[in-house]
Every structure is written in structure tokens, then in C-alpha cells.
Write a protein that binds this ligand. Sequence first.
Ligand code: PHE
Length: 357
Amino acid sequence: MTSSNDLSKLEADLLSEIAGAADLSAIEAVRVSALGKKGRVSELMSRLGSLPPEERKGFGQTVNTLKSKVADALDARKAVLEDAALDARLKTERADVTLPVRLGAELEGRIHPVSQVLDEVIEIFADMGFAVAEGPDIETDAMNFDKLNIPAEHPARQDHDTFYFSPKPDGTRLLLRTHTSPVQIRTMSNQKPPIRIIAPGRVYRCDSDQTHTPMFHQIEGLVIDESTHMGHLKWVLQEFCKAFFEVDEVKMRFRASHFPFTEPSMEVDVGAEAIGKPGKWLEILGCGMVHPNVLRNCGLDPEKYQGFAFGVGLDRLAMLKYGIPDLRPFFGGDLRWLRHYGFGVLDVPTLGGGISG
Ligand code: PHE
């Protein structure tokens, strides 16, 4: 089958088969039978070697032309059939975009309790006019300690079980911040009062048991103005606790304590009836009036400005509010834990809609 008559007949046959292919699998069958390894057009090519040399060139060209004609016709028909298939699908598969999100999709992912509680806390403080500030996890001694009125050799440095990096040639060492309080320094050094911020973030201490992990989360609060006093501090914390635990009244106890960066300093306990354990007190945060030395270290005049700061353990809040007994699995990455304690993606906390979604 090498005469030009035979070739025209093959071409006519193939083109009519292509035109007659009713669907994508039929067109694929034609393609294989024409251009596949053992296809009718490919076979012609393999005969090339047996032809007398003077005929080879002309024959080769003719077969190549046939080949590309057939390939073009296949492509064109395939495009038409694909369009038709898509049209048919669109006619039968209608997407009603007004339907609610399918439950399955909503359950696919869960929001981690720390993320959820962070959103809750931000929502509550944002409503009281606080902005969100941030600082780096890797800090200097100066930011984490010195400027917060914790000089070298101060016993508070030992309490913090700090993770240090290797010393640099000049002897200074970077560290993983042990609390979010360095963000107080960064904020006061970079902006003029009035200041009203919360600073959530990761903090690190070399410590591990049921209620301590080497990495955990805190939220720092800082308010600096000309006449801010302890009454404001107590009111802000009380409003926060009421909103957070979703109760009208919350019993709070301010216990005298000591932090080098606040004077006076207090630790705050809440009456555990807020979470259904009457008669018990739970410590949730440390706070106090910002120490004049700290204000001075940030270039603020303590004769003019004063204010308060507080530091809350975020993971602690999540454990208390949602009855999670052990801190360690918070960071274990176990999906079963997350499915149990996690939140739906649509449970966005808002003051209007109920803070826990
Ligand atoms: N930084 C303190 C801690 O980690 C908490 C704190 C913050 C206390 C601000 C007072 C004021 O323990």
C-alpha cells in the first residue's frame, strides 16, 4: 500500500473516521489506530527502508504530510468533543452557591485552642481600644532583662531558665525571650504615649511537666498615659475576665507579688466558680504599675508618664476555660487531640455573637 491512490484512500478513511468519532474515547481509538506505534500511518513510515532510495524522500514527505493532517484533524475533533462534554456536564451539574458550607468541608480542619483563645482575647481588648503589637522571639539580654530593670546577677534571671545562644565574639549572647515583656520596651522606645497595646506571642523557658512546656504563649498588656493608675488596671482586668469567662460577675484577688519591672506588683487569681469549681482560686496573670526605671530606660519621663502592664499565660487561659488538663499535648501535633479540643473554622469569636463562637 504505497501508491498515491492508496494514500489518498487512507487519508479519506481516517478523516471520515475522525469526523464520525462520537466521543472522546472513540477519538482516542482512531488516534491509536492511525498514529499509535502499530497504527496505519506509523506502519507506512516503517516501510520506508524497503523502498528504492530514489523513492524514499518523496514517499517520506507524503506520509509526513498525511501524518500532520491526521494529527490536526484529531486535535480539532478532540477540542469539539471536549467542549461538548463540558457543556453536557455543566447542564447536569449545577452549583448552587447560595447553599450553606457543606458540613464535611467545615470539619476538615480545626482551629487550635491557643489560636481560638488568642482571637477571643484580641477581640475583647480591641473592643477596649487596645492595638496589637509584636516583637521577635529571639531577643537580646538588654531587651529581655536589663531594660526591664533586671540587671545581671539579679535572682529573677535564674527564675527564668533561659535558653541562650552561643556567645558572639564581643561576648554578648542572644536568647529566646522568656516573656513578652520585651515588647513593652520596644513599644515605649518607639512610640509616644498614650500607649494602649497587647502583645501576644511565643515565649521559652527550659521547663517541662504537666503544666509547663519549653515553649508557651503569653499576652503582654501595656497602658501608658499621664494619669493612668491602678484603678484602671483593676477595671481593665475585671472587664477582661468577665468577657473572657462569659460571666456577669467574676471574683478576683490581687495578691502582692514582686516583678523587677513593676512597682507595686501583683498576681491575680480568679474565683474558680467562673469555670464551675466553686471555692477554688486560679492564678492567671502577673501585673503592676510600670517601674520608673523601665520608663526611664525607654526615654520616658516618669514624672510625666505612668501606667500599668500585665502578662497573661495564654495556654493557661485555654486550659482553664475549656477544661484541658495537660499542657504538653497542646504542642504534640496529634490530630485526635486537635479534633477533640479544636474549634470549627466558622467559630469566629465576636463580642456580639458570643465570645466562644
Ligand atoms: N513578665 C512576667 C512573667 O513572665 C509577667 C508580667 C508582665 C508581670 C507584666 C508584670 C507585668 O512572669
